[in-house]
Design a protein around this ligand. Structure first.
Ligand SMILES: O=C(O)CC1=CCC(=O)O1
Length: 258
């Protein structure tokens, strides 16, 4: 059993937020701040990230979904609204397929359901680099995929500061846990499970996301029965770059479920 590090704030229906590869629960600071007057917001660090310990050996996206399932069951309040971005969005897909009784709705942001051979080779190259030299050598490339140039350069509204904080989080992620998470991401095969997802689903794309381009979000939405698709003018970490707009999409989606 993985002991997940969590932060729970706010009041109202329970919302669980699941972060991206190489991030931690602070990735959700802006979205949590926007939601917590009307929702109880539970954030957690995925295994080997932030303050959640790493596990020995390889694991899969199903294991990350089972971690989330255990966390939700431990709350004892029934099904939740589950929101994941990138690796967190993959966790959301696997969770809804494996544990449908635990999710009232899911949101899948800036994510993918599967990778082709070329993309898997790219992931393997990243794993090899990180195993050999640690995470810092891949940080510049990751930050370029995560954020638009304007956000990275923004000294006025805090963009550059958010980028610097997430660089620190990324570079502090230990090499072997990061590589294990990359392998879990590279191995996803979520299409079959997605066809069985029965809960309300919102898919969010970033129109400038080069890590998981909008076509990947479209493919997820096409596969999940009844899924809605929305888009934000952002790169990969849309929830960091556009937290208020991201939170507005969530609240509009949840309001439509009542
Ligand atoms: O390349 C990255 O770091 C962005 C990413 C794509 C899928 C994922 O989990 O992270």
């Amino acid at each position: 059993m993985t002991q997940l590090h969590t932060v729970k704030q706010g009041q109202g229906p329970l919302v669980v937020l699941s972060h991206a590869l190489g991030c931690d629960l602070t990735m959700w600071d802006g979205v949590a701040a926007a939601l917590q007057e009307r929702y109880t917001v539970l954030r957690y660090d995925q295994r080997g990230h932030g303050q959640t310990p790493a596990t020995e050996g390889a694991y899969s996206m199903d294991d990350l979904a089972d971690d989330a399932a255990e966390l939700i069951r431990a709350q004892g309040v029934g099904p939740v609204h589950f929101v994941g971005l990138s690796m967190g969005g993959m966790t959301a897909q696997a969770l809804a397929a494996r544990h449908p009784e635990l999710v009232r709705s899911i949101v899948i942001a800036n994510s993918a359901a599967s990778y082709d051979a070329a993309a898997r080779a790219m992931w393997q190259a990243r794993i090899d680099t990180v195993r050999l030299n640690g995470v810092p050598p891949i940080a510049d490339g990751a930050l370029q995929r995560w954020f638009t140039p304007e956000f990275r350069a923004d000294q006025v509204n805090g963009g550059a500061e958010r980028v610097a904080k997430l660089r620190t989080v990324l570079e502090a992620t230990p090499a072997l846990p990061y590589a294990a998470a990359c392998a879990a991401v590279a191995g996803i095969a979520l299409d079959e499970g997605n066809a069985r997802i029965a809960c309300p689903t919102l898919v969010i794309a970033g129109s400038r996301d080069e890590a998981t381009p909008p076509a990947m979000s479209q493919a997820i939405a096409d596969r999940i029965p009844g899924a809605q698709l929305a888009s934000l003018d952002a790169a990969h970490l849309s929830a960091v770059e556009q937290p208020e707009a991201f939170a507005q999409l969530l609240e509009g989606f949840w309001a439509g479920l009542r």
